[in-house]
Design a protein around this ligand. Sequence first.
Ligand SMILES: [Mg+2]
Length: 367
Amino acid sequence: MTRIVEVATARLIRPLHTPFVTALRRTDHVLSVAVRVTDADGVAGYGEAPQIWRVTGESMPGIEECVHAPLAGALLGRELTDDQAAEVHRWLAGAVAANTGARAATEIAVLDLLARRAERSLAATLGATATELGCDLTIAAQVDDPSAELLAPGFTTAKVKVGLDPADVARVIRIQEQSGEGTRIRIDANQAWDVATTVAAVEAWQAAGVGVDLIEQPLPFWDLAGHAELRRRISVPVMLDESVFSVHDLERAIDAEAADLVNIKLAKCGGVHAALDIARLARKAELGVMVGSMMESELGLAAAAALSAVVAPQETHDLDAAWWSIDPDDTGSPYRDGRFVISPTAGLSRAVERIEGSLGPWRVTTA
Ligand SMILES: [Mg+2]
């Protein structure tokens, strides 16, 4: 049993070594808010909430206000036992609507705190035994330099961002040819296409002998009927991302027969235990599950990796976001041979040590 006495935030800003471009946005920095929750014994846990205007609608100032007002109000002074870990996300969801990234970061900070008290990794406290995970690497949309369209050494699955350029269909064929036969291709249109465009693209790839593992969110988030129509017309599995924030969104998608797989992201659903609920429903409906993330640092990715290790340890997840802000020669990187390695240290402590230099000053709210 312990008591939460302090909630704090700091801006977490890191430059990318390569600009990240999708049909929704272009960015050359990680722009996040780190959340720190401290108990009466002085043990602290950490989480990360990314600024993602075009998906969650969250901004750094909005995340900060949310954490310091309603979320701090829901936590400060609380007596906390280990077996309440699964309840924390409900306390936070009861304090504020939406703000899923702020809630996720705050829940994860509490889970990190509890894991550190238990001297176990976050993944271990969730029951995971996997120590590393398969990971794809994103190839950004609209890359002008063809050499930037090759996978970095070790990676074998490319997630190609499309949707900005009519030449995308040919570009995917070129990427497959350049990358060699062992490379697996996933496509993510980030809502930019319509049914006809998607069907034509898939037919062109199949005619060219390009094997596409899955196509992610080709249509706008609200268009479940369109995704269902696509599933009837193409043989490539359809994965929903922006359409599914909550377990209720997934229920609707299942009812509409709109998905073969779902991409679960902590910043969309509000935290680890909300994500586990989504994964449980997906499995019951025989949908595939992949864990992804927003553009985040190693802190957010360490939490996403812990979730991946619980829900689908054998899957190749979408955990490459932090790769974009880590020097390729950094020997402490969690990315090794195209896999994400989970640190066995307590909680998320290893990731926090590695991003501390990217944090601004802490703003503190106490009980
Ligand atoms: Mg996506």
